[in-house]
Design a protein around this ligand. Structure first.
Ligand code: ADP
Ligand code: ZN
Length: 212
């Protein structure tokens, strides 16, 4: 953002599917703030334990130290008065209060930079990120590369049999897919297939039991 007078705060949001480079972009912005000798605090939800504990790590291995929090309210509690820039990774895991917390921090004069998934594994808006976009000063939407066809990918394809909203994992659990290659029904089909093979297994066992 240019032309910000006085110590006015604001909200920047970086969205897109998994593997689109959100963490990399967040790390880049925070590094630059540190080079400018601004006071930076970085938070990530404790739910995402991939690769490291007190660090945000991108899929390409880039890292920056961070503090673990469970909720957005915890971010508010931990922010020090002198902090000028606040980075939050994986905002979709910090609960509904993320929006109010970011607004409060911006109103206090802080630059808040948040990354998050804007859609879930079914391609539906992933709250509270869409609401955060509505109140942000600046939005960056990144795309990944579709692993099937090489086109720009807007979707996070779940590859495992689960219909929970939150299933943490990286490669092997999810991959980037374009609009054309996205299969939102895949997770459901896998769950059904598992149920079917389990019940066939039970029938098979029952048959063996009767036979013996
Ligand atoms: P995000 O935070 O959006 O999940 P990251 O910043 O952690 O993304 O990782 C982005 C990096 O992931 C890319 O720079 C690239 O090295 C790697 N990568 C792996 N698979 C893909 C893909 N399908 N499309 C784009 N980048 C990918
Ligand atoms: Zn594709």
């Amino acid at each position: 953002m240019d032309i910000v007078k006085g110590n006015m705060g604001w909200i920047e949001v970086i969205v897109g599917p998994m593997f689109s480079g959100k963490s990399e972009e967040l790390i880049r912005r925070l590094r630059r703030a540190e080079i400018a000798r601004q006071r930076v605090q970085i938070f990530k939800p404790v739910i995402d334990q991939r690769y490291a504990v007190n660090e945000i790590v991108s899929h390409s291995g880039l890292g920056i130290r961070s503090d673990n929090v469970r909720t957005a309210v915890e971010v508010l509690e931990r922010v020090e008065p002198r902090t000028e820039v606040i980075g939050i990774d994986e905002g979709q895991f910090l609960g509904e209060q993320l929006v109010e917390v970011c607004m409060q921090l911006a109103d206090m004069g802080k630059r808040v930079i948040v990354t998050g998934l804007d859609t879930d594994y079914l391609g539906r808006p992933f709250e509270p990120i869409p609401r955060l976009l509505a109140v942000a000063e600046e939005i960056t939407k990144l795309l990944a590369i579709c692993v099937r066809c090489g086109n720009p990918a807007v979707h996070t394809q779940r590859l495992v049999a689960s219909e929970e909203l939150i299933v943490v994992g990286a490669s092997g659990t999810y991959e980037a897919r374009c609009r054309r290659c996205f299969e939102p029904q895949l997770a459901h089909e896998k769950v059904e297939a598992e149920k079917k093979s389990a019940s066939e297994g039970v029938t098979e066992k029952a048959r063996t039991a009767t036979a013996s």
